[in-house]
Structures are given as structure tokens and as C-alpha cells.
Ligand binder design. Structure first.
Ligand code: C2E
Ligand code: CA
Ligand code: CA
Ligand code: CA
Length: 278
């Protein structure tokens, strides 16, 4: 027993070492990726359920690693948050998205709104609203062309400290969407206290409609509540026609999901916009 205990211990420390080394390598790679501009922004269309037209796009970061390929954000955003690298990465995404959207509004889609994901760590950055204003100015994008997506989880904890940040952003004219709504267990009273323009219903609710009775009830309730409070609703993760029809009937304003399009690179999004215009 003693012997195996020691082996376990050795195994454990080796495993920790491997993980620490892996993490260190990832950190180093991420810093290099930022310097060498290995990141890309993909765009996923948001569709108006009334007109079936593209009205917006969510900017979603990708990491194009040389010799390896495209890496999804779940593989590197959490660690970037931990080591603070999310601040420069987040600023880069915001700048890219603002510039790109200005171009699209000039040519193919005058009212296009781009949504950029903002992590909780970025929200704690006192320079956030000033940087947003700068990014809009430099890109020549009007504030109505930009929306920020923040997760519901941000509102748990010291939410009161965040109210001035929300208000500063709203004063710029930028809209705010509450992402992954329904998963964060935040108090519903926040919907009243915070200047939120849009609720984004989490994919986990959309996945099981219209078959699952509970999901239908919850989705209907979220849409009714949001609309009654003056917020629009976006459904994410729409993969099937049935889901789209259900949502259109329920008073949901926008949908986003593989049913219409996956997130795509700039040139492919342009083709979608061109087809949308015709
Ligand atoms: P999210 O903000 O909830 O983004 C939606 C995710 O759902 C995207 O994954 C998108 O590709 C995926 N998705 C869209 N439609 C469907 C569908 O119909 N079915 C399914 N199964 N999935 C769908 P992605 O691009 O891998 O991004 C994952 C997460 O990474 C995002 O979740 C967001 O939290 C984070 N993220 C992405 N880009 C950024 C960024 O620029 N900054 C920050 N802070 N976070 C980002
Ligand atoms: Ca999002
Ligand atoms: Ca989401
Ligand atoms: Ca999500």
C-alpha cells in the first residue's frame, strides 16, 4: 500500500508538471500570436425573423496557428482571461469589427449592427468606454452600428460597481446584449436596473424546441418578459426550420445559428450580404 501511494504521488507530480509546461507553452504561443497577428475575426449573421434578412453579425475570434490550423476560442479565451491577455486581444477584436462594419455599412448593408463579445475582465478595465469611443472614431462607425455582448454571469457578485460602466457605454450610444441568458442565475431585478437592450436566449433552451414542453414554456416566458420590458430578443443556436417557425410565432426578433449560417470569414460573409441585398 505504501509503495502504490508513493507511485500515485509521483504520477500526480509528473502530471502537474506536464500541465504546467503545457500551459506555459500555450501562454508563450498566445503572446506570440498577438504580436504576429495570427488572430482572425469570423462573422455569423443575425437574421430578422420578420423580414428574413441579415440585420447583424456576431464577431467571433479564431486563432490561425501556423502548421496547425484554426483554433476555436474555447481553447484560448479562458486562459487569456486568466493571464490578462484578454485586454489586448479584446481591443484588437473591437477595432477589427468596427473597421469591417464601417466598410460593410458603406457598401452592402447600411444598417448592419456588429456584436462584439466582451469578457468580464474587460468590463473591469476602467478604460473600456474610452477605448470603445476611440475605436468607433478611428473606424468612422456610428455608435448604433456596435453592440456589446456580455454574459449574464457578469451580473452576479458586485454588480453595483458595474452600473457606471454600463451607463458610460450606453451614453456613447452603443447597445448592450445579455448573452447566454437563462444560464447565469442572475437576479431578474438586474434586467430593470441595468440598461440592457437585448436578451440572447442560450442555445440550451433553443436546442429542444419545439419538442420539449419545458423548453417551449421557458423560451416563451423569456420572450414575453423581455418584450414587455422593452428589450428585443435574439435566439442563438437555431439549427432547424421548426425552431425558426416557433420563434417567429413567439415574438422573438432575431435568430442566429447554423440553420442560416455558421460563423464565416470576411469574404464569405460578404457573399451572404451581397445575396441579402439582391
Ligand atoms: P458565444 O458568445 O455564446 O458564441 C456563440 C457560439 O456558438 C460560437 O462558438 C458559435 O460558433 C456557436 N454557434 C453559433 N450557432 C450555432 C448553432 O446553431 N449550433 C451550435 N452548436 N453552435 C452554434 P465559438 O465561435 O466557438 O465561440 C465560443 C465562445 O468563445 C463564445 O460563445 C464566446 O463566449 C467566446 N468568444 C468568441 N469570440 C470572442 C471574443 O472576441 N472575445 C471574447 N471575450 N470571447 C469570445
Ligand atoms: Ca456571444
Ligand atoms: Ca451566447
Ligand atoms: Ca454560449
Amino acid at each position: 500500500a505504501k509503495e502504490s501511494g508513493r507511485n500515485n504521488y509521483q504520477f500526480f507530480t509528473t502530471e502537474l508538471n506536464v500541465r504546467a509546461q503545457h500551459r506555459y507553452a500555450l501562454e508563450k504561443n498566445l503572446r506570440r500570436a498577438l504580436a504576429d497577428q495570427e488572430f482572425l475575426v469570423y462573422y455569423q449573421p443575425k437574421i430578422c425573423l420578420k423580414t428574413s434578412r441579415i440585420v447583424g453579425a456576431e464577431a467571433l475570434i479564431r486563432w490561425q496557428m501556423p502548421d496547425i490550423g484554426i483554433i476555436a476560442p474555447n481553447e484560448f479565451i479562458p486562459i487569456s482571461e486568466e493571464i490578462g491577455l484578454i485586454l489586448p486581444i479584446g481591443r484588437w477584436v473591437l477595432e477589427q469589427a468596427c473597421r469591417q462594419t464601417r466598410l460593410w455599412r458603406e457598401t452592402l448593408a447600411p444598417d448592419l449592427v456588429v456584436s462584439v463579445n466582451i469578457s468580464p475582465r474587460q468590463f473591469q478595465d476602467p478604460g473600456l468606454s474610452k477605448f470603445i469611443q476611440q475605436a468607433l472614431d478611428e473606424a468612422g462607425l456610428p455608435a448604433q452600428g456596435l453592440q456589446l455582448e456580455i454574459t449574464e454571469g457578469l451580473l452576479m457578485g458586485e454588480a453595483d460597481m458595474l452600473l457606471p460602466v454600463f451607463n458610460a457605454i450606453k451614453d456613447l450610444g452603443v447597445s448592450i446584449s445579455l448573452d447566454d441568458f437563462g444560464t447565469g442565475f442572475s437576479s431578474l431585478s438586474y434586467l430593470q436596473r441595468f440598461p440592457i437592450d437585448n436578451l440572447k436566449i442560450d442555445r440550451s433552451f433553443i436546442r429542444d424546441i419545439p419538442e420539449n414542453h419545458d423548453s417551449v414554456i421557458l423560451t416563451n416566458a423569456i420572450i414575453a418578459m423581455a418584450n414587455a420590458l422593452g428589450m428585443s430578443v435574439t435566439a442563438e443556436g437555431v439549427e432547424k426550420a421548426d425552431q425558426m417557425f416557433f420563434l417567429a410565432d413567439s415574438g422573438c426578433q432575431q435568430m442566429q445559428g447554423y440553420y442560416f449560417s455558421r460563423p464565416v470569414p470576411v469574404d464569405e460573409f460578404e457573399k451572404l450580404l451581397a445575396a441579402n441585398k439582391a
